[in-house]
Design a protein around this ligand. Structure first.
Ligand code: MG
Length: 384
């Protein structure tokens, strides 16, 4: 069986656990400091009772509940607690995977009774972190994830062969992970309204109407397979790109443009392997300076070319006011970790969508064909 463990209102619950004044109060966590101009990225259950939920503007939320408490998001805090929970769960010895910052999946065997074990995990999470979690139990990851939503908060739901159809019949199809508004509408037009309607459709039917996604959805719904925990061993130690210029140059804008391009190329390779780097290394070579290299760490892992470029610029700034002649240069990222997180906030989601599109374009037209613009960069970019 698969256990899907999902923290209830994770960010908001953490804030309430840390600050007793916020306990049992309607609370939102905003992606920015400005309480009037941000997006709700988490709402406490007390706030949800007013109809407030993530994705809503804080202005609308405040209108629904004027005495709403507000806390700007502390991303580092949430990631840190998530890591602690992961480590605690790992201690049970079953294979474990991240599904998102506040969701974990565990593949258990017959040595434990699923419901009792789920209760034990909930109690442990509450004792250690003072937050609650809901657990879904089913034969595969998709159904377990669905089950985790059925009795929120602090609930347990088990989908067994005997109760599966009865329960799926009560749940709207939009509750299934991956069925968004658009797919939901297509399904609804086909008469597929509940999860059971979807479950009873054939692979052919779903493929005909939803394409490859439909076929995969069928497989996910009916799979008896255990998930494969992500392999961590095969990841490289570092990812880098370098380039030798046709002749030595000391024009800062030109050198920066090259650093930018190399940073973007490195970032693209990190993203292709779903990795984050925690350190950037820049080296420059020139007739006057010989080999010169330095490194700089990130606060949090990154695979964003612009951030890699920014770190590289800081390294360059240390060289001095006058740029020596540069003949060759390279950007390398190390301290590589698997990227386990989905973007938390709207701004990050937009940035990630942009980067994904850029990766697609570069995949088709060649590396370095396009990358995000910034103000202050030279207009003419070098081409490889
Ligand atoms: Mg959650």
């Amino acid at each position: 069986m698969i256990l899907h463990i999902d923290m209830d209102a994770f960010f908001a619950s953490i804030e309430q656990a840390i600050n007793p004044r916020l306990k049992e109060k309607p609370l939102i966590v905003g992606s920015r400091d400005n309480r009037m101009h941000t997006v709700v990225c988490a709402a406490s259950y007390e706030a949800k009772a007013y109809g407030i939920d993530s994705g809503m503007s804080s202005r609308d939320a405040l209108q629904l509940c004027p005495n709403l408490e507000f806390v700007p998001a502390q991303q580092g805090r949430y990631i840190w607690i998530s890591e602690q929970i992961f480590r605690m769960l790992e201690g049970y010895g079953f294979s474990l995977a991240y599904t998102s910052i506040d969701e974990f999946q565990m593949d258990i065997n017959d040595s434990v009774e699923p419901q009792k074990f789920a209760r034990q995990i909930q109690e442990r999470i509450y004792a250690d972190f003072h937050i609650t979690a809901s657990v879904g139990i089913a034969k595969n990851w998709l159904l377990a994830k669905l089950a985790s939503k059925l009795n929120k908060p602090n609930g347990i739901a088990v989908l067994t062969d005997t109760n599966l159809t009865e329960i799926l019949d009560l749940v709207a199809v939009g509750k299934i992970c991956g069925v968004g508004k658009k797919t939901g509408q297509i399904l609804s037009d086909l008469g597929v309204k509940t999860c059971l309607d979807l479950y009873l459709k054939s692979a052919d039917f779903l493929e005909q109407n939803l394409g490859k996604y439909g076929f995969n959805l069928y497989l996910s719904l009916h799979s008896q397979e255990r998930f494969e925990p992500a392999e961590e061993e095969s990841r490289p130690k570092s990812v880098g790109h370098s380039y030798t210029l046709p002749r030595a140059t000391q024009t800062p804008g030109f050198i920066r443009a090259w650093v930018r391009l190399l940073s973007e190329m490195v970032a693209q390779r990190l993203r292709a392997q779903n990795l984050l780097a925690d350190t950037v290394h820049l080296w420059l070579n020139g007739p006057e300076m010989g080999n010169l290299g330095a490194q700089k760490a990130f606060h949090e892992g990154s695979n964003d070319g612009y951030q890699i470029y920014q770190r590289s610029l800081k390294i360059m700034a240390k060289i001095g006011p006058k740029m020596p002649k540069v003949r060759a240069l390279g950007v390398t990222c190390s301290g590589l970790l698997p990227n386990r997180y989905l973007p938390l906030f709207e701004e990050q989601k937009r940035r990630e969508d942009l980067l994904k599109t850029i990766d697609k374009i570069n995949g088709r037209f060649g590396e370095g064909s396009i990358y995000p613009g910034i103000i202050g960069l030279t207009k003419r970019m070098p081409r490889i």
